[in-house]
Design a protein around this ligand. Structure first.
Ligand code: FES
Length: 141
């Protein structure tokens, strides 16, 4: 009986689960393929490690390349109740179809019930590669 209980404990002690980690940095886009100052929705995969469980999930971001050295990457959901928003080319704004929140291209609320600007991913640029990190919430203005 003691042996039966000690084997799982020994395995746990020898191979502890990896702790829950925050979002890892992922290569999300090739900046040379993005037009300057034109929002583009990009799709990328993010791998998460939680204990022994490793999962990969598809994610998206709205990216605006301001210059080869400056990029903004917005999380794809509205800050009101989390609907997916879209880019309105004719108005040059991001519009949430659920309750009509309207956001400027720098993520600020122009109109609607959204309580704060769009959330952003941390970004790094390595050559022409765009890396996205954890999401950061932009506080109310
Ligand atoms: S969820 Fe976007 S305005 Fe309500």
């Amino acid at each position: 009986m003691g042996m039966a209980l000690s084997v799982p404990a020994a395995i746990y002690l020898l191979f502890p689960p990896r702790g829950k980690k925050g979002a890892e940095w992922v290569e999300a886009a090739d900046l040379s393929k993005l037009e300057t100052n034109v929002p583009e929705e990009i799709v990328f995969r993010r791998t998460r490690v939680d204990g022994w469980k490793i999962s990969s999930e598809k994610s998206t971001a709205w990216v605006i390349k301001k210059s080869p050295a400056e990029v903004i990457a917005f999380a794809p959901t509205c800050t009101h109740l989390g609907c997916a928003f879209r880019y309105e080319e004719s108005r040059k704004t991001f519009l949430c179809p659920c309750h009509n929140s309207d956001f400027s291209l720098d993520g600020k609320v122009i109109d609607g019930p959204a309580p704060r600007p769009l959330d952003r991913f941390e970004v790094r640029i390595q050559g022409t590669k765009l890396l996205l990190g954890p999401m950061e919430k932009v506080p109310e203005a």
